[in-house]
Design a protein around this ligand. Structure first.
Ligand SMILES: O=C(O)CCC(=O)C(=O)O
Ligand SMILES: [Fe+2]
Length: 233
């Protein structure tokens, strides 16, 4: 894994402010990705498996990790949080929302626990042919962090086809804009969980964002999602 400290954080912060997402290329090595994919089949890591069609979330399956998280994931969650908290705080400030995110992850987690949000939300997702994920937002209680990550564990065109990552951006009183991305294995996509500020003529306003995955047309696609807030259940 690349050293998180040496990634270009000012570039990512800029992209998040401007577009609501930013891509960090080749952060995990192919073997780290393969190990995570292999761990999908070790039930001891997980607290719950969700068959997506049962809830009409799409077609595919995902598993929520159990605490303690594997070291690599815990490290990514803590170190990305610390880099992203200033961006989140800036968003809340310009939107006049009374929410301050502590500088370090442990303190944020304590705030989640105080709201009974104690269950880990980190998940690994698997989509086969026909698999897809309907547009959604990952909110798991009142307290949420407005930015999250997806780590791409499979190679587009080699391991699967189709399966683009889709973001929609909904400006008040307008139709949604779609953004379609196809990151490579080992890339980390950082994106908005529910809304981001946009500067208008009379100050900042909110645009809502959702994300999902278009249909996988062949092969298998695995991703790892890191959401920073914990869940009520
Ligand atoms: O599989 C994907 O690319 C999206 C996963 C997702 O919705 C998430 O991690 O929150
Ligand atoms: Fe999601």
């Amino acid at each position: 894994m690349k050293n998180i400290e040496t990634l270009d954080w000012s570039y990512i912060a800029d992209d998040l402010h401007r577009k609501g997402y930013g891509l960090m290329e080749q952060v995990l090595s192919p073997s780290e990705c393969d190990e995570l994919v292999a761990s999908y089949h070790e039930p001891a890591h997980y607290r719950k498996t969700i068959v997506m069609e049962r809830y009409r979330f799409g077609l595919g399956e995902y598993r929520y990790f159990q605490y303690p998280l594997p070291d690599l994931i815990q490290h990514l969650r803590q170190s990305f949080y610390a880099k992203l908290a200033p961006v989140a705080n800036k968003w809340m400030q310009v939107l006049n929302i009374d929410q301050h995110y502590p500088a370090n992850f442990q303190d944020f987690q304590t705030k989640c626990h105080e709201k009974q949000q104690t269950k880990p939300t980190v998940l690994i997702l698997k989509y086969g042919e026909g698999g897809h994920n309907t547009l959604h937002q990952d909110l798991y209680g009142d307290l949420f962090f407005p930015i999250q990550l997806v780590i791409f564990l499979s190679d587009p065109e080699k391991d699967y086809t189709g399966g683009e990552f889709v973001l929609t951006q909904q400006t008040p009183r307008a139709q949604s804009k779609a953004i379609v991305l196809k990151p490579r294995k080992g890339d980390i996509l950082v994106f908005t969980t529910n809304f981001k500020p946009v500067k208008g003529t009379k100050g900042y306003y909110r645009v809502n964002m959702k994300h999902g995955v278009s249909e996988v047309t062949s092969g298998n696609r695995f991703t790892l999602g890191i959401i920073f807030h914990d869940a009520l259940s």
